[in-house]
Design a protein around this ligand. Sequence first.
Ligand code: IMP
Ligand code: MG
Length: 175
Amino acid sequence: MKEHIVKPLFSEEEVDLKIRELAARISEDYAGRQLHLIGVLKGSVPFMAELAKRLTIPATMDFMSCSSYGGGTSSSGAVRLNKDLDESLEGRDVLLVEDIIDTGHTLSYLLNLLQDRHPASLKLAALLDKPSRRTCPVEVDYSCFKIPDVFVVGYGLDYDQLYRGLPYVGYVEFV
Ligand code: IMP
Ligand code: MG
């Protein structure tokens, strides 16, 4: 691990407010329906928990795990499924919840995988979106923040598994 410091990008209050706003939007869009939230482990956990707490519609949860990044801060491009879902998606309104969309490789892999399971609908929510890094086009239905090309940590996001528990979003600066 290279020597580095973490600088603040979005405060706990800013993130909290954005998630509340997003939850209100999603609750409105899915009014009268039940939503099935799918979290991508491990990075989506804090975001998914906050989002679920603020939804005013009934929601269920499931989790899956895949890996695309090795240990560092750059993508290898390859995606592997480590843990599959527990439940079927047949006929359900599914919202895939991710921490960040970077190159889009992970998400396009996962969206294809989930689409093949015949959900009634499938949308994507991400805490952060790094559009300048996109090499695989994916439609981001909901996101809290668009960010420039910096390596971010906190609120679920890690640098070599560290910092996932930070209550704010920071970025890594190498010294
Ligand atoms: P993608 O497949 O390139 O879109 O990468 C998606 C995954 O890479 C995310 O779910 C994160 O786990 C990881 N990732 C991408 N950018 C960052 C970052 O800035 N900080 C921490 N993890 C990141
Ligand atoms: Mg991730």
